[in-house]
Design a protein around this ligand. Structure first.
Ligand SMILES: CC(C)(COP(=O)(O)OP(=O)(O)OC[C@H]1O[C@@H](n2cnc3c(N)ncnc32)[C@H](O)[C@@H]1OP(=O)(O)O)[C@@H](O)C(=O)NCCC(=O)NCCS
Length: 214
C-alpha cells in the first residue's frame, strides 16, 4: 500500500502502514479511495465510505437533525456529542480504532450530505474472527432500502475484504425495521440477551443476531 493513496485529509492514516501492515482494513480503505474518494454506491445516489476529520460538520448536522429519531435506539448523548468539535473528537477516536484494527467506521452519504452511520466494532481476530455491526439511517431516508444495502455491503466487506468469519448485531425487541434488514442479509437470531446494552438511559434486553460468513 502506498502512502500517497491515502486520503490527504487524514495524514494520521499513514501511520497505519508501519504499525499494522497486515490489517486488511487498509486494503479496504485503499479500495474505497481508488474509487475517486466518494466511496461505494449503495442504492440510488447513496454511497458509503470511511469518514474523514472533515466530515465533523456534516456529522454534527446529521446527529442534530436525527436527535429524536435516534433517541430510542442509541445510548444517551451529552450535548458536546452534537457539536462540530464533539464530532471531530468522535471521528478522531474512530480513526484511531480503525488504525488499531478493532473498528471499521463508515458514513453513508447522498451527494455529500451525511444520511447515516455504520460501524464494525470490537473486531477480534484469532479463532473468533468476529465483529459487531451497528448502523442508523437518516429519518428522511428510511424505507428506501438504504439500511438493507448498507448491511449487505458490510457483510460483503467483512467477508471478502476483512476476512471475518462472523458478524453479530443486537436489536431492541421492538425494532422491527432493524430486524427486517438483518434477516434480509441472512442474519439468524441467536436469542435474547437480558440487560445487554444501556440504550436511552436504561439497560435493555436485546435480541442477538449473527451471520456466519464462511
Ligand atoms: C433500522 C433502520 C437502520 C432501517 O433503515 P432503512 O433504510 O429504513 O431500512 P430499509 O429501507 O432497507 O428496510 C427497512 C424495512 O423495515 C420495514 N419497517 C419499517 N418500520 C417497520 C415497522 N415498524 N414494523 C415492521 N417493518 C418495518 C420497512 O418497510 C422496510 O421493509 P421493506 O423494504 O420490505 O419495505 C432505520 O430505521 C434507523 O436508522 N432506525 C433508527 C436507528 C436504529 O434502529 N438502528 C439500528 C439499531 S439495531
Amino acid at each position: 500500500m502506498q502512502p500517497e493513496s491515502l486520503p490527504a485529509s487524514d495524514p494520521r492514516l499513514d501511520a497505519c502502514i508501519a504499525a499494522l501492515p497486515e490489517w486488511p482494513g487498509f486494503a479496504l480503505l485503499e479500495h474505497m479511495e481508488s474509487l475517486g474518494g466518494n466511496g461505494v454506491r449503495l442504492v440510488g445516489s447513496v454511497r458509503v465510505r470511511v469518514p474523514r476529520v472533515s466530515d465533523a460538520e456534516g456529522l454534527s448536522a446529521a446527529y442534530q437533525r436525527n436527535r429524536e429519531h435516534l433517541a430510542p435506539w442509541e445510548p444517551r448523548r451529552n450535548e458536546d456529542f452534537f457539536t462540530v468539535a464533539g464530532q471531530a473528537a468522535s471521528i478522531e477516536s474512530k480513526l484511531a480504532l480503525f488504525i488499531a484494527g478493532s473498528d471499521v467506521p463508515w458514513v453513508l452519504l447522498d451527494e455529500g450530505r451525511i444520511v447515516g452511520v455504520m460501524t464494525l466494532s470490537g473486531i477480534v481476530r484469532g479463532p473468533f474472527l468476529s465483529a459487531h455491526l451497528g448502523y442508523w439511517v437518516d429519518k428522511d431516508y428510511t424505507g428506501r432500502g438504504v439500511g438493507s444495502a448498507a448491511v449487505a455491503y458490510a457483510v460483503d466487506a467483512a467477508r471478502t475484504e476483512l476476512g471475518l468469519h462472523r458478524l453479530q448485531a443486537a436489536t431492541l425487541p421492538q425494532n422491527a425495521a432493524s430486524q427486517k434488514i438483518l434477516k434480509r442479509s441472512h442474519f439468524e437470531e441467536i436469542g435474547l440477551a437480558p440487560a445487554y446494552l444501556e440504550i436511552a438511559g436504561a439497560w435493555q434486553d436485546h435480541i442477538l443476531y449473527q451471520r456466519i460468513l464462511f
